[in-house]
Structures are given as structure tokens and as C-alpha cells.
Write a protein that binds this ligand. Structure first.
Ligand SMILES: Cc1cc2nc3c(=O)[nH]c(=O)nc-3n(C[C@H](O)[C@H](O)[C@H](O)COP(=O)(O)O)c2cc1C
Length: 423
């Protein structure tokens, strides 16, 4: 995926002084790790490299060590390395462990807890946040075994960046499996680091702040058994509520009907309709922060039938008269108890940024997070209902385009932005 190099995509200060343990495993994308090392170091991070035997078939420890300006660790049973630093210290003396590229093999070993070389031993021994940038043939990526491993690792708290859609370097095959570009990986490292800053939790940068987040779709009843809905899964809103809570905020999440578990440490109000959602949001005021992520139905049925509408022979379909739903973001943006920071999400299918900017003014928001939810937006699996998102954060005097990221990463970056704005 092409990533523009505008400075607005990354925040150099987050990486300054951070120690990244970079594990390079044996994929053809290993050549991109050389550029990745450069990108991390130019933002002030130090990079300590570990290479698997496979990685050394693709790039040399000499090139990696020269770019990292550090020793390259390759052996588990090295008396010299063990006396010098040791695998446990390697695993712990860093702020983040990054595996790029992450092969199908290393993911499988991690999912099983196998430790048959230095890299896999570090990955089992570390207590630091771990971020994987998988890279493999598309068939390997969609194989049920790799999917199972990915699910297991995600459940273990391991974060992912990519892979993206593209052409494979060695086979020319197209599909999902191409390693994320170095700048996208840098953005994901920053997001992961900002979410795991030692100040997070009860003493986090948002402690003492109250936040209201909306999430998911709304269901607008037609009769007792039918309703109008949309494809929103609630993943993005729930992830934002969790990310704000991790930074110490007291969060009320107003959620439409979703199949997700309630995020930890968050008070959740479950609603069905837009009117119920508006009422729950207003009841949760006052707050310092409002992040309106829910895909609220624009219209509801004017006269909801009290009994199931029956199909009568020869009568054709019943007419559905719609009426406008309340605009929750606009209501909050112009409310007498308006939170200090109001953020709205705009799902657009065309002119994403232009429409986002119009919404910013109309709704009285401080930021609009515009995402292109059209089928051709390039985000694998589609934004609505999918796990990834590519957004542009539009402020009154700013505009930042973030690369395609997991929704959890988007949430962490947005929570960090909110914390810095409220500071
Ligand atoms: C030319 C070539 C390219 C390869 N590219 C990849 C790749 O992109 N991703 C992957 O998972 N495995 C790839 N492999 C297979 C791995 O190198 C192999 O599974 C190896 O055991 C990985 O070891 P490691 O995970 O310890 O580095 C490739 C193999 C060859 C010969």
C-alpha cells in the first residue's frame, strides 16, 4: 500500500529514546527491514536487531548491524552473547518487540509457545508489547492454520500491522500478504507505544476526565420483528472506548446492538434506536470528551406497526414512511453542556475529505474522523464490519491522513491525540 511521507502521519516525539527490539524472520520482505531500521532511527529510536537463520538467507547481519549501529543477535546457544546480554535481558530491555517481517513459521511457533531459536525464545520470554508485521504468500495468509494462529496471537494481546494487498515480490501473485510499508509500521509502533506508556491507567493522561463514546449501528423497528440497520460492527467505537479508558478516562460507552463483548473498565449503556442513543448520550453529560463513532440511522419508520405486517395476496409491499432521526453529533456539538472536545466519525463513499470538512462546521465538532467506506476504498474486507480502517482526521486547522491500520491502532492513535489536545 502506498504511504505518503507527510510528516503529519507520524509523531517523532513518541519514538525519541525508545528501544525497539527488531526481530527479522526469513521472508523475502526482509529487505524492507533495512529501510524500517533507518526510519525508526531517524525518529530517535534505537534498534537492537535479532535475525533468524531464515532471515540471514535474505539479508546479511552486516547490513542490518551497520544500519542499526548495534550488534546483531542470531544465536541462542552463544556463550559470548549469553554472558554479554543474554536472551532474557534481550527480551526485557526494550520498550517494544517488533517482528518484521513475521513469517508464517514464526507466527505458528508463537501461537504454540515454541522456543527452538533465539527469536522464538525472546518472544516467549518478553513482557513487553509485541507488534507483528506479517509477510507471506497470499495462500499462506488465508490458510486456516495461519488464520487460527493469528486469532490466537490477537487473543494473547499481540498487535498486528498489515499485511496489505499487493503483488508478491517473488511470485508476482496478487492478494493479501504483502508486508506493510516501513512508514506504516512506524505509525503502528508509535500507536502501540503511546497506548502502553507508563502513564496509562489510573494515573494516565486522561485520569479525572469523563468521556462518552457511541458505537455500533442502530436498529430502527418497522414492526415487532423487522428493523432497518446497517453493517457497522462496533469494533472501532468499542476500541476507542477501551483506548480512552486505558489512558485513565472514565468512559461511558453507548452501544447499539453489536455482538462484541463490553470493553473492560468501561460503563456500557446498551440501546437499540437512534432516539434511545441520543437520550443515553445526553444523560451521560457533562463530559470532557465526546467521540461519536456509532453509525446512527438517518431515518426511522414514522409509524411503527404494533403487530407483524402481514403479506396479503395481491396487495403488494406496504409503503414505508420514514422520518428523520435526531442528529446526535450535532446535538452534542451545540449543547449547553458541550464537552471540551467533540469528535465525530463520518462514513463517506465519495469526496471523503471535502464532506468531512463540511460536517466539521455544520456539527460543531473539533475533529471529524473521515473514513471512506466505499467498496473500492482499498481497505481489505471493507471498513464497515471489517477489522481495519484508513482515516483522515480533520481538525479546524489541520488534516492528518493515517495509513491503513487495525481499528485498535486507529483507536490508540486517536486516544493519544485526544489526550494531547486536552493537555
Ligand atoms: C525465496 C523464499 C521466500 C520466502 N518468503 C517467505 C515469506 O515471505 N513469508 C514466509 O512466511 N515464509 C517465506 N519463506 C519460507 C520461510 O523462509 C521458511 O518458512 C523459514 O523456515 C522461516 O524461518 P523463520 O521463521 O525462522 O525465519 C520463503 C522461502 C523462500 C525460499
Amino acid at each position: 500500500m502506498p504511504v505518503s511521507q507527510s510528516s503529519s502521519e507520524t509523531s517523532p516525539e513518541i519514538l525519541s529514546g525508545k528501544r525497539i527490539l527488531l526481530i527479522i524472520s526469513g521472508g523475502i520482505a526482509a529487505y524492507k527491514s533495512l529501510d524500517l531500521i533507518r526510519r525508526l532511527r531517524e525518529r530517535g529510536a534505537s534498534v537492537r536487531p535479532v535475525m533468524t537463520a531464515g532471515a540471514q538467507a535474505f539479508i546479511t547481519p552486516l547490513a542490518v548491524g551497520a544500519l542499526a549501529a548495534d550488534k546483531v543477535f542470531t544465536e541462542l546457544f552463544s556463550r559470548e552473547d549469553e554472558q554479554d546480554v543474554g536472551h532474557i535481558r534481550l527480551a526485557r530491555e526494550c520498550d517494544l518487540v517488533l517482528v518484521a517481517p513475521a513469517t508464517a513459521n514464526i507466527m505458528a511457533k508463537m501461537a504454540q509457545g515454541l522456543t527452538d531459536d533465539l527469536a522464538s525464545t525472546i518472544l516467549l520470554a518478553t513482557d513487553r508489547p509485541v507488534l507483528l508485521a506479517p509477510a507471506m504468500n497470499p495462500k499462506m495468509w488465508v490458510h486456516p492454520a495461519t488464520r487460527r494462529n493469528r486469532e490466537t496471537l490477537a487473543g494473547d494481546g499481540i498487535a498486528f500491522v498489515g499485511p496489505g494487498l499487493g503483488e508478491m515480490a517473488e511470485s508476482g501473485e496478487r492478494g493479501e500478504g504483502r508486508m506493510a510499508e516501513p512508514l506504516e509500521i512506524v505509525a503502528a509502533v508509535e500507536a502501540r507505544l503511546s497506548a502502553t506508556r507508563p502513564t496509562s491507567g489510573p494515573n494516565g493522561p486522561l485520569s479525572g476526565r469523563r468521556a462518552i463514546v457511541t458505537s455500533g449501528p442502530t436498529h430502527e423497528p418497522i414492526d415487532p420483528v423487522r428493523y432497518i440497520a446497517n453493517r457497522s460492527s462496533g469494533r472501532q467505537g468499542h476500541a476507542i472506548a477501551a483506548a480512552l479508558a486505558r489512558l485513565g478516562a472514565e468512559v461511558t460507552l453507548v452501544s447499539g446492538p453489536v455482538t462484541l463483548a463490553d470493553p473492560k473498565g468501561v460503563a456500557v449503556v446498551h440501546v437499540q434506536t437512534a432516539v434511545e442513543m441520543r437520550d443515553a448520550v445526553l444523560a451521560a453529560l457533562p463530559a470532557d470528551i465526546a467521540v461519536m463513532v456509532a453509525a446512527v440511522a438517518d431515518w426511522r419508520v414514522a409509524d411503527i406497526a404494533g403487530a407483524k405486517i402481514k403479506k396479503a395476496p395481491g396487495e403488494g409491499p406496504p409503503p414505508l414512511q420514514l422520518t428523520e432521526n435526531p442528529d446526535i453529533l450535532k446535538t452534542v456539538g451545540h449543547h449547553a453542556q458541550r464537552p471540551r472536545l467533540v469528535v465525530g466519525f463520518a462514513a463517506e463513499t465519495d469526496d471523503t475529505v471535502a464532506n468531512g470538512r463540511l460536517k466539521l462546521a455544520r456539527k460543531g465538532a473539533d475533529f471529524i474522523v473521515a473514513n471512506d467506506v466505499s467498496a473500492g476504498s482499498g481497505v481489505a474486507g471493507g471498513v464497515m464490519g471489517g477489522t481495519r480502517n484508513r482515516v483522515t482526521v480533520i481538525g479546524r486547522d489541520s488534516e492528518e491522513s493515517w495509513p491503513e491500520l487495525d481499528k485498535d491502532m486507529v483507536a490508540e492513535k486517536l486516544a493519544a491525540l485526544i489526550a494531547s489536545r486536552l493537555d
